[in-house]
Design a protein around this ligand. Structure first.
Ligand SMILES: NC(=O)c1ccc[n+]([C@@H]2O[C@H](COP(=O)([O-])OP(=O)(O)OC[C@H]3O[C@@H](n4cnc5c(N)ncnc54)[C@H](O)[C@@H]3O)[C@@H](O)[C@H]2O)c1
Length: 356
């Protein structure tokens, strides 16, 4: 059986993925890469991986490497993904795919021209409550969707400054440049595409922590090709314990996830004709995880499935479930939303089909 040789690049969130790849039967982690020498050494020791590099170019020039798994800061993803694809590597990239329209275009073109597999590691389409929403949608019992809402409130204050006091990429990242958790489930489920967005931002008076270099909370109202209206609320700084939310309304039924920390597992659904006339609650959990996933943290469930889907897409020669076009369709609406805030008007969302 073919084994894919994997390099994991960026080793904070990337640690989860080192564990996932090195335990996958069709993969072995050949190299770890990080610009931070201490982080690199610690991970190499923990995972018993002798080959390390502080330079992505070394990884890309190594013909033994088949796969580059990028878990570097978001503003680096587009250039690193495109460079890796053009070097002949398959790419699994952390979210978001990019933070600019040009970056999204670069990924789509590099994937097309190289013929290599690109997948974005968006975990929300793999969360148990969202899998319930998808099966409800696929069954036809929610009907044609016409409205949805998603929220993503995540306290990143502890990550705004590095140990030496320098602002990190998270200090100034606009919340809506991180739209894929909120928009991903609906787009993955339906294949629809958002076409225009109007967005607004707001901040509180007293920041819970050091004042960030951007607004606390951003709100986008989006329209899709199929006429769907969608409200997306994102915040990296809010007097709230944090969490997610998803609701989808169709002409035959409705779906709502739990709020906050319950969003992953709690699902409420109702279809026309159901009695009683109230949303029925179901709790959904991840399928039992392999033993090695026990130390992969809170993202283990989706990560195991994402790696499996990515690896089988490569080995079986079929498209990845969150390939370049879907990845940028999850990412571009947030980029347009930030432009909408800056220009105080509705903005069109770029269409990757126009680039191909
Ligand atoms: N649920 C999710 O999907 C989820 C969760 C957490 C993070 N993320 C994403 O994963 C990515 C990484 O997040 P994080 O929290 O680990 O970020 P981080 O900034 O804390 O860590 C990034 C790591 O990459 C290293 N790095 C930076 N530049 C590099 C380069 N040029 N080459 C090699 N290594 C480099 C850094 O030294 C650091 O160890 C981000 O894009 C983030 O958006 C996604």
């Amino acid at each position: 059986m073919t084994q894919l040789n994997v390099a994991v690049v960026g080793l904070r969130f990337g640690r989860t993925w080192v564990n996932g790849f090195r335990n996958h039967p069709d993969c072995r982690v050949l190299t770890l890469c990080d610009i931070n020498a201490d982080v690199l050494q610690q991970n190499a020791t923990d995972a018993a991986i002798p080959s390390t590099s502080s330079d992505l170019d070394d990884v890309l020039s190594d013909p033994a490497i088949d796969v580059v798994a990028l878990f570097t800061p978001a503003p680096l993803h587009a250039e690193q993904s495109a460079r890796s694809l053009r070097a002949g590597k398959h790419v699994l990239s952390a979210v978001p795919a990019a933070v600019t329209v040009d970056g999204c275009r670069e990924i789509v073109m590099a994937a097309k021209e190289s013929g290599r597999t690109y997948m974005m590691a968006e975990n929300w389409p793999y969360e148990p409550s969202v899998l319930k929403a998808k099966s409800f949608y696929d069954s036809g019992n929610i009907g044609t969707l016409f409205y949805g809402e998603a929220e993503y409130i995540h306290h990143t204050e502890s990550l705004w400054f590095s140990a030496d006091g320098e602002p990190t990429w998270r200090h100034t990242l606009a919340p809506l440049l991180y739209p894929t958790h909120g928009l991903g489930p609906y787009l993955h489920m339906t294949g629809d595409r958002f076409t225009e967005v109007t967005a607004h931002s707001v901040s509180g008076d007293i920041a819970p922590g050091t004042e960030p270099g951007r607004s606390w909370l951003e709100l986008a109202v989006l329209r899709s090709e199929r006429g769907m209206l969608f409200k997306l609320l994102n915040s990296f700084c809010n007097a709230h314990p944090g969490g997610h939310y998803l609701s989808l309304y169709g002409d035959k039924g409705s779906f709502e996830s739990g709020r906050g920390k319950k969003a992953r597992s709690q699902a409420f659904a109702w279809s026309l004709g159901d009695e009683p006339r109230e949303m029925a609650e179901e709790m959904h959990e991840y399928p039992p995880l392999p033993d090695y996933a026990q130390n992969m943290g809170s993202h283990a469930g989706p990560a195991v499935q994402i790696i499996d889907d990515f690896v089988s897409a490569i080995l079986e020669g079929r498209p990845a479930p969150i390939g370049p076009e879907l990845a940028v369709n999850m990412t571009l609406p947030g980029i347009a939303a930030v432009e909408s805030i800056q220009k105080n008007r509705t903005v069109s969302v770029a269409n990757p089909a126009d680039w191909l």
